[in-house]
Design a protein around this ligand. Sequence first.
Ligand SMILES: Nc1ncnc2c1ncn2[C@@H]1O[C@H](COP(=O)(O)OP(=O)(O)OP(=O)(O)O)[C@@H](O)[C@H]1O
Length: 276
Amino acid sequence: MSVRTDAASYVADLRANGVACRRGSRTIVSGVDVTIPAGTRMAVVGPNGAGKTTLLRVLAGLETPATGAVYVGGADLHAMRARQRARTVAVVAQEEQPSAELTVAEAVGLGRTPHRNPWAAGADAEREIVADALEMVGLGDAGGRSCIALSGGERHRVVLARALAQQTPMLVLDEPTNHLDAAWRLRLMRILDKLDRTIVAAMHDLDLVLRHFDSVAVIADGRLVTHGPPVEVLDNRVLRDVFAVDGDIITHPRTGRPHLLLTDATPSPPPGRTLT
Ligand SMILES: Nc1ncnc2c1ncn2[C@@H]1O[C@H](COP(=O)(O)OP(=O)(O)OP(=O)(O)O)[C@@H](O)[C@H]1O
């Protein structure tokens, strides 16, 4: 596999300053200040309905914040023209599907649209980028197949390949492990590990977050509770307060890597009493 698919023209940091998002009169997300250094991966975690997707849409430039701003490489994301934004951030939405009428290669080729000029040559280079992206997601032989004939997990990988082919310095992924089987969840994490890009991903699997992300932002009720390295942030207090579970970080006996074991939260004893 060549490295073309990861040939983003530059890596950029992301800075969100005082981001808030409203739906009608309701504030869904508020007061989010976060910086993601260039080339690092940040997971966004929180219970269902906490505001992760809403925040990601703003960080991806799909939605304008009610207040605050988002800067990628120092440039205001929401002030960019659509083509420049599409050259800056690639997005995979939560339940995104490739168009049923397209072949797999055509669907992935859509990722090249923001880079194409009407007079551009280099169709071979474009085909190579698409082929590399398909190879990365294990669909190297599927370019000519119709998207409608794929499984749910395969379709999801097509959408991921399109985002890789877009060759942007930033990737925003909303629950990227959705629809993927156990082996592919791990393979996807290894792909993300190797990409020299700034990545923001909403994640529900806290164990994967522990090993594969540089930082984690915990969201509850639309507010940023804490942000920092996963081994520090995913402690028992945060797990209890935000997710109502207990967690223990243990070392895998074979790999030596940390794993997070989650269990039902044990009830706290009333003051002055111990549970037996
Ligand atoms: N279009 C909308 N209009 C009104 N409320 C909305 C809209 N979209 C989302 N919400 C509400 O905003 C809140 C945050 O939703 P969001 O999808 O951002 O949460 P989430 O953390 O991504 O959840 P999940 O883990 O279930 O995907 C929820 O209470 C949801 O009901």
